[in-house]
Design a protein around this ligand. Sequence first.
Ligand code: BG6
Length: 481
Amino acid sequence: MLQFITPKTPFVMVIFGATGDLSKNKLLPAMFSLYKQNLLPDDFYIIGFARREFSDEAFRSLFTKLSKDDKWESFAAHLRYQQGNFEQVEGYDKLIQVLNGLDKKIGACITRLFYLATPPVHYEIILHFLLVTKLSEGCGQGSSKWTRLVIEKPFGKDLETARSLDAKLSTIFEEKQIFRVDHYLAKETVQNMIAFRFANGIFEPIWNKEFIDHVQITWAETKGVEGRGEFWEGVGLMRDVVQNHLMQLTAAVAMEQPKSFTKEDVRDARANAIKAIECITPNEVRNRVIRGQYIGYKNEPKVAENSLIETFIAFQFFVNTPRFKDVPFYVRAGKKMEKDTVEISLVFKQTCHILFKEYGCPEIGNVLTIRIQPNEGITLRVIAKKPGTKVALSPIEMNFSYKNEFGEIVVDAYEKLLLDILTGDQMLFNRSDELDSSWQFITNILEGWKDHSIPIFTYESGTWGPEQGMKLISKEGRNWL
Ligand code: BG6
């Protein structure tokens, strides 16, 4: 059994790479928010572990945005810093002293959470030292009860490295101790998809190839790589968001109803959906996958002047299940796009009834759009009669907005994930078979791109990407919405 953390159970979270963007932008703000909501125990510690020399005080002062809050001082008292080089044992040895000191202070074994928030190149070496120093075993050594390992995406670089990382992880930790993060799974709007699809009897009968013409998934960000050129050069959009977030959005649309609302059944349903995604073979990549790069990307710091790294991608694929066989899924994703939006649309077959043919049916009929962010909500586009003396048809939108119904979304994805890590609930974390299937899909495309004669199209910032991305769908008689 894992040791569950309740608001009374002490814990210590060691964040490797604690001076990086993830800590600053997501982890610490989320922990602070949980703290302010009284969701953390009285005794907890957050230890930042990174290369740079910092005092505890200097580490705390990295979080300037948070420090304006009047609760910050009392929260910051829980933060400590341990300098250490990931490749050398000394830092880990010092960490052991600190952790033992905390156990002594409390008079019990404190649950230890090791959060790998570093660039992925450091994962293997950190895992190695967690093993050889026995940090992985926690204070009740030899027991899996006291430690948990949290690992961020991208989990590997391709299928082979993902499998080897997974093999390494499973020699050190038991599956119940491993939390593979994809924060999209914890977004309220993504979690809602199971409820929306299966708690409403009216959608399930039409959620299939008989009624759905195609599915569109758009993931667009206005920002670029924001000074993270070095990281981005080793990753690219495919590994950064497609391998994880977009595969999970696809699973949310394509999955079958889980047998029960339990961790393993939900993870089975997701894994089966991702497994059913048909791979685009390396030979097909030239014609079926469009890659792009925004103009100016090569001027970002630490980017190669002949870089072939993609910041945009569009492709079409199929999910080979009885429900979705032959229904095309179109995905487009990019940085420096016209607007920030993540949404999924199910475009239903246009079945203009014979009654209305002579009055001109709109070309597109019913569309169900799930807005993951921003303006979280769901819109159903239906056809209505325009008011007036004549019969004329017009599309209108029936709109559900989280903001109008529930006020703002109160729990941020990282808050939810951190709480689940503390309580040991793995439902919203990747299981290794999900990752294996998604890496199979992605690795085929990466293999195709080893042929450098495949073009990478440039595009202006603030657009929807290269025109070839438009053509990908228009050549099949459809359009991006
Ligand atoms: C991260 C990616 O996983 O997701 C970033 O590494 C991206 O490149 C971010 O900007 C987007 O997250 P969100 O929650 O703002 O959609």
